[in-house]
Write a protein that binds this ligand. Structure first.
Ligand code: AMP
Length: 392
């Protein structure tokens, strides 16, 4: 991994591909995590003499769309970085190149949304070459987009001999490696969420790295159904029943323990205010569905989390959006926080588990919370991400 730590950027114009694809409500940014996460890289490069050109995408625009303009985020970026940030209303071309060349050491310019050009997502080489003319060094810090072979995330890298991992990208990659390559044993993976179909390849490739897998959330019911249990109206993907049996057999052959919840909280409809009761997971009556893990499962989980030296958490253990069915997810958060305090390494990543961790205030209690959804999931599947490969 070529990192920026000890590089002298004096005289260099450094293109940093960041991921400022932040969520909006109207024109207000509702979560600035991605902007905050870029600060360390930008500070380091500026403090080491560089000038900074920021490239990002926002949303999925169809050509120019005002609501996706980077102009909307300049003020927030500037406030978050604690530095003045200039804006260029084009991304490539004479004007953009002129503005980047006029930058003085210590200055930052944010270019307009790279996705206003369709060539960006097409990974078009000429467009990437035009982007590369904005700088003399390329730094990728956009982990959230590293699984895309787009012009500014991947193709651009070939035009630079000086290309580096930004601090965020470095941390994301190091955290994943700490789990899937050299995790201190026992290594526990907790895989929750709604659907087994979206997680099956992850579970399969994690078998190369872990000692224990806990399967929670909606997908547990497919495993129970496959083994002949009664799951009532719980979420189930029947097409994956055979596959889930194969996974169980594969795990057994490799001496990997798969833990499934023993009891669950069932509801008579998919609603926070539904009637609730505890049930064995394989004896759920018709008309009822499992929406959270039960008290027995929570107790059974405690020693497993406690003994694990490396913990990966992907996906909630229940419908955490409903207060009445969030207990399993909250208790798991507490257990992982405790284990982390005791010295275990914990990584939370991929979509809804990150939302859950933020919602219940666990963000600072985990060793690392990933900023990437799709990129994280693809990394866990063991894939080499194009944006990362392009830097080597
Ligand atoms: P995923 O994006 O696959 O990680 O799934 C996250 C979603 O799974 C969340 O919105 C949860 O509400 C949902 N989920 C978790 N457990 C269950 C369950 N037992 N039944 C239905 N949905 C669930």
């Amino acid at each position: 991994m070529k990192t920026i730590e000890n590089i002298n950027f004096k005289g260099e114009r450094v293109i940093i591909r960041v991921d400022y694809n932040v969520p909006f409500e109207g024109d207000k940014i509702t979560d600035k995590t991605r902007i905050e996460s870029s600060k360390e890289t930008i500070d380091l490069i500026l403090n080491n003499g560089g000038r900074v050109i920021l490239l990002t995408h926002i949303g999925r625009p169809n050509g120019f769309e005002k609501k996706f303009s980077c102009k909307l985020i300049v003020k927030e970026v500037s406030e978050t970085l604690g530095r003045e940030v200039l804006f260029c209303n084009t991304t490539i071309g004479i004007e953009a190149e002129k503005k980047s060349k006029m930058l003085k050491p210590g200055e930052i310019i944010l270019m307009e949304n790279v996705r206003f050009h369709t060539e960006e997502t097409e990974g078009e080489i000429d467009f990437a070459k035009k982007l590369s003319r904005l700088g003399t060094v390329f730094v990728n810090d956009a982990f959230g987009s590293a699984h895309r072979a787009h012009a500014s995330t991947c193709i651009i890298a070939q035009f630079f001999s000086k290309k580096y991992f930004g601090k965020l990208l470095e941390k994301e990659v190091a955290s994943i490696r700490k789990v899937i390559r050299n995790g201190k044993k026992p290594v526990l993976a907790i895989i929750g969420g709604a659907k087994i179909s979206t997680k099956i390849t992850i579970i399969e490739s994690l078998m190369n790295s872990v000692t224990d897998i806990l399967i929670g959330g909606g997908m547990a019911y497919t495993f129970i159904k496959a083994q002949g249990g009664s799951i009532g109206d719980s979420i189930c993907e029947k097409d994956f029943c055979d596959y889930s049996i194969q996974l169980l057999e594969k795990a057994k052959a490799r001496n990997i323990k798969i833990h499934l919840p023993k009891d669950v909280i069932i509801a008579n409809r998919f609603d926070n205010k539904a009637d609730r009761k505890v049930s064995k997971i394989d004896k759920i009556p018709a008309g009822w569905q499992g929406l959270d893990i039960g008290p027995g499962s929570i107790q059974a989980l405690k020693p497993i989390v406690k003994k694990s030296k490396t913990i990966l958490w992907n996906g909630p253990l229940g419908v955490f959006e409903f207060d009445n069915f969030s207990k399993g997810t909250v208790e798991l958060g507490n257990m992982i926080s405790e284990a982390t305090k005791e010295g275990s390494f914990s990584l939370v990543g991929g979509g809804d588990s990150v939302l859950a961790v933020k919602k219940f205030g666990f963000s600072n209690k985990m060793s690392y919370v990933s900023t990437g959804g799709g990129a994280m999931l693809e990394s866990l599947e063991g894939k080499e991400l194009p944006g990362i490969k392009a830097l080597s």
